[in-house]
Design a protein around this ligand. Sequence first.
Ligand code: DQA
Length: 147
Amino acid sequence: NQVLVLNGPNLNLLGKREPEHYGAQTLSQIMAGLEAQAATLGLSLEHFQSNSEASLIDKVHQAMETVDFIIINPAALTHTSVALRDALLGVDIPFIEVHLSNVYARESFRHHSYFSDKAVGVLSGFGADGYEFALTAAARHLAFAAE
Ligand code: DQA
């Protein structure tokens, strides 16, 4: 099975950016760990980060024929992007929403997500481990769907 991991704006700055919220690991370190985990789960993993909403939407469209599951941290687009939500609904690929920080413990504008009501599930507040938990959940979801 093919899993696509999408990361939205500013997540390229992980490691440097507000470490009290987002931790010390860089995005490439987190994704390297996830690649290793995917290999043990027998999943093939692709990772894409962009600061551009349009590029993320294009990537979701390209996933239509090939990708079985999406793990997405839409970052600030979580709270703003009807367009990225519609892209995910348009391709009809199941997805898990991940946030490093606990968005509910932060500013109220972070409490609303355009994705959560359509996600298989949401992980928020577990730092980089959230991606790992999401990949485990994705593997279970795909195995269950295949039964
Ligand atoms: C985030 C939370 C968002 O509110 C924020 O805009 C981000 C990162 C997180 O991973 O905790 O950029 O998605």
